[in-house]
Design a protein around this ligand. Structure first.
Ligand code: SF4
Length: 352
């Protein structure tokens, strides 16, 4: 198992919430809990769940119950279509599968109201099959663990995060792995103020390292944001220092320290074969609330001649655009933390 998985499950074993659906391995009862928990807080579900399971302990009991009784038991949970779908699915199980919850993933997934999340949660928790149950909580934790700034409401970001988290999924305890992340999300990795200092995953968390935890996840209301190609330059001198600047020109991100950047990919002014610059390109992206930067990074080693000249004289022509009133500083990597900087540049520093 991955070290991340070991740390997570160790924390879970010591801190897991005592919840009634965790005292059973009955797939039907786990299924009911997962449907109830969708869009509903755990505290609101507890009593309703107990009442429901006492009244309808088996899938066949639910199948023969009247709709009125089922909706009565669901009362207070809202989103009644969930109850109707669950009722319908119980009838399908009862009529087509002898009242036994199907062990075939595809068959279970085809039942009324069973989406990918529900199927993954039930199969991992009840059957110990290696499926990740990616709900909004897990997406939040994963976006921070891997410092992914894509908008998590998009399908591509969800798939990306799932791909990143999947290798860490415990093959022996997949259900506990999912539930551990759910507990972590509700107790530690909180939406607004994550409690990173008490987090068992702090050593593995990229967002914490980059001071981005509170800025993530990015959920820009699902609206498409314009993608802007940007080139960011990392100029370093023979002392290993990096050139940073502070612009006071009223432009985007002005007033903070940053690396010299330009909203385009200059090609004519900087030749990749030029002996003057050792250029290494890297591509990454960063999403702000109103736009996404598709970043090309250029690392350039600066000559003594340039070091002896004031930076705006040679930086502005490379950037194509003059940046008036800029203040430049050569700083060592150790000193970077002392300069107020937007998270996008902290993200970039992690790559160089
Ligand atoms: S270190 Fe902080 S941001 Fe990272 S997973 Fe833990 S609580 Fe979340």
């Amino acid at each position: 198992m991955s070290q991340l998985g070991v740390a997570l499950l160790k924390w879970y074993d010591q801190n897991k919430r005592d919840l009634p659906w965790r005292q059973t391995s009955d797939p039907y009862q786990i299924w009911v809990s997962e449907i109830m928990l969708q869009q509903t807080r755990v505290e609101a579900v507890l009593e309703k769940y107990r009442r429901f399971i006492v009244a309808l302990p088996r899938v066949v009991d639910l199948a023969v119950a009247s709709e009125e009784d089922v909706l009565g038991l669901w009362q207070g949970l809202g989103y009644y279509s969930r109850a109707r779908n669950l009722h319908k699915a119980a009838k399908q199980v009862s009529e087509q599968y002898d009242g036994v919850v199907p062990r075939d993933y595809g068959v279970f997934r085809s039942l009324s109201g069973v989406g990918e999340y529900t199927a993954n949660a039930v199969f991992s928790i009840a059957f110990q099959e290696p499926y990740l149950a990616m709900d909004g909580n897990l997406l939040r934790v994963a976006s921070r663990l891997f410092a992914v700034s894509e908008n998590i409401t998009t399908k591509s970001a969800k798939n990306h995060l799932k791909d990143l988290l999947e290798p860490y999924l415990s093959r022996t305890r997949p259900g506990d792995f999912n539930q551990a992340l759910m507990d972590l999300a509700s107790a530690i990795c909180l939406p607004k103020k994550p409690r990173c200092q008490g987090c068992p995953l702090i050593w593995y968390c990229q967002a914490e390292k980059l001071s981005m935890a509170e800025a993530l996840p990015n959920r820009s209301n699902g609206k498409a944001v314009p993608v802007v190609p940007v080139t960011i330059f990392v100029f370093y001198n023979k002392n290993g220092e990096i050139l940073i600047r502070r612009r006071n020109d009223g432009a985007f991100l002005q007033g903070l320290w940053e690396l010299p950047w330009v909203e385009q990919v200059p090609t004519e002014q900087v030749s990749e074969t030029s002996p003057k610059y050792q250029i290494r390109d890297a591509l990454t992206s960063y999403t702000f609330s109103h736009k996404q930067w598709l970043i090309q990074l250029r690392q350039c080693s600066v000559s003594q001649l340039e070091m002896d000249t004031s930076p705006e004289k040679w930086v502005d022509p490379i950037l194509v655009e003059p940046t008036p009133n800029s203040e430049y500083q050569w700083v060592s990597v150790d000193q970077l933390g002392q300069y107020p900087m937007s998270t996008v540049f902290r993200h970039v520093f992690s790559l160089v």
